[in-house]
Design a protein around this ligand. Structure first.
Ligand code: NAP
Length: 241
């Protein structure tokens, strides 16, 4: 029986999940925040833009059988809103959150609690690959270092000494190696996003470079969490109304 599934998207996992749900006959809509101008789109319906807080999302859940929060691990506000709106309306909620990265031999990672903490941990005079996405760049505006800022679209603020590279991952390991070499990078700053964008971490390990890895925000309490698209599909199958 076809179900109406609302997927909160903005990740590769959300796109894959929506496409596979549509292929098995569910009535799936993916919601995108509208941050990128040319997003990669899943199969099924797509709606774009904020809901207008918890109230707006709760109203939008009126004809939804299952809500899947497959947003990025750092989209903490949307995840909180999803939990609150699902609880208020009694809508089943599944949270799809890919695992974070784990340090291996040779990694020189320092975990920090926030972008602001990463900014204060950068040694003076460093040459930094800043791969934390467009929205967090402002936290580094006053840091005494040179930045190679990589983002899908241009940030509003750039550090005084910086170069912008517009690019969308995932990135090949050879390209990451070449990037670190070409720009004489001495520190990498990244979010613990998990998933397939870890080539920069491998390239940093090979060069024994320190990495400042920003920890994920905490998950809402009491929400059903799965870590992969396969797990999400299995869980949704069990929950057929
Ligand atoms: P956020 O701070 O958690 O959310 C801020 C507001 O943006 C939300 O309150 C909501 O507005 C709107 N919003 C966020 N995700 C939405 C979605 N999927 N559909 C509709 N509205 C959404 O989110 P963010 O960190 O800005 O991320 C925005 C989007 O980019 C997310 O979809 C996320 O998956 C994706 N993304 C984020 C990152 C990251 O590092 N944060 C990286 C890659 C992709 P209303 O309150 O008006 O509903």
């Amino acid at each position: 029986m076809s179900r109406r599934v609302l997927v909160l998207g903005g990740t590769a996992e959300a796109r894959e999940l929506a496409t596979r749900l549509a292929a098995r006959g569910d009535d799936v809509t993916t919601s995108l925040a509208g941050r990128t101008r040319h997003p990669r789109l899943p199969d099924g319906e797509v709606r774009t833009g904020g809901f207008g807080g918890v109230d707006g999302l709760a109203a939008a859940l009126g004809d939804v059988d299952v809500l899947v929060d497959a947003t990025h691990p750092f989209a903490a506000t949307m995840t909180e809103h999803a939990a609150a709106a699902a609880a208020r309306t009694g809508t089943p909620l599944l949270l799809l959150r890919r695992p974070g990265w784990t340090a291996g031999p040779g990694d020189r990672w320092t975990r920090v609690g926030s972008l602001a903490a990463a900014a204060t941990s950068i040694p003076a005079g460093a040459r930094v690959l800043l791969a934390t996405g467009r929205q967090g760049v402002g936290a580094f505006a006053d840091v005494d270092a040179w930045f190679l800022v990589r983002a899908i679209e241009a940030p509003e603020v750039l550090p005084a000494r910086s170069q912008l590279v517009l690019a969308r991952g995932p990135f090949a390991l050879d390209d990451e190696r070449a990037l670190l070499e070409r720009h004489g990078i001495t520190v990498v700053v990244a979010k613990d996003s998990g998933g397939g964008t870890e080539a920069k971490l491998v390239a940093a390990r090979e060069r024994s470079l320190p990495v400042l890895l920003v920890d994920r925000p905490p998950l809402p309490v009491g929400v059903d969490v799965v870590e992969s698209v396969d797990e999400a599909l299995a869980r949704l199958q069990q929950r057929a109304p």
